[in-house]
Design a protein around this ligand. Structure first.
Ligand SMILES: [Zn+2]
Length: 177
């Protein structure tokens, strides 16, 4: 999807809305091919006095691939926000900046970059995944990496231990009075 920023360049500082669809090319992630629905994008853009274009908005899409446990088809919804500058006639080979030429801001690289940043480490087909490892709690949120599950579970266990020992101390002091 390309934004024609001719008007914005004539009126620096004035915000213009945009809305549309942006295709995202299939990506190879840890050796697995992941495809994406066309992203729905919307937001605003404005020109700065130096000719840079500031693009701010959000994207929504679905990533589709294979379940990391059972290899059945799996998908994950992806939402991301962005607020980025596009430099006029910048170096298109430079990965650190977004660039544009000739009043046309192409959103493909921006949308692809921000969609990939929000990709879960592993796709999981769902709660009824037949390949789910033993000990995987039934209320685990699907589509999240297992590393994240364990890191969120452990703090609660530690917190419970703290609460248990705290209530024991209270009981002890109460019986002394
Ligand atoms: Zn599965």
């Amino acid at each position: 999807m390309k934004l024609d920023v001719t008007l914005a360049l004539r009126n620096p500082g004035v915000e213009y809305p945009f809305e549309g669809a942006q295709a995202i090319a299939p990506q190879s992630i840890f050796g697995e091919t992941v495809t994406f629905d066309d992203a729905r994008v919307c937001g605003t853009y404005l020109a700065l006095d130096n000719g840079s274009i500031k693009v701010k908005g959000e994207l929504n899409t679905n990533a589709r691939g294979r379940c990391a446990n059972c290899l059945r088809p799996a998908e994950a919804p992806i939402s991301a926000g962005y607020d980025e500058l596009f430099l006029l006639n910048g170096n298109p080979e430079d990965d650190e900046v977004f660039t544009y030429t000739s009043s046309q801001v192409d959103l493909e690289r921006l949308v692809t970059t921000f969609a990939l940043l929000e990709m879960p480490m592993r796709l999981i087909c769902g709660k009824n995944c037949p390949g789910r490892p033993e000990g995987y709690a039934a209320d685990d949120v699907p589509l999240r990496p297992s590393a994240q599950d364990s890191s969120t579970r452990r703090p609660f266990a530690a917190l419970q231990q703290l609460l248990d020992s705290a209530s024991e101390k209270e009981d002890g002091s109460a019986s002394l009075e």
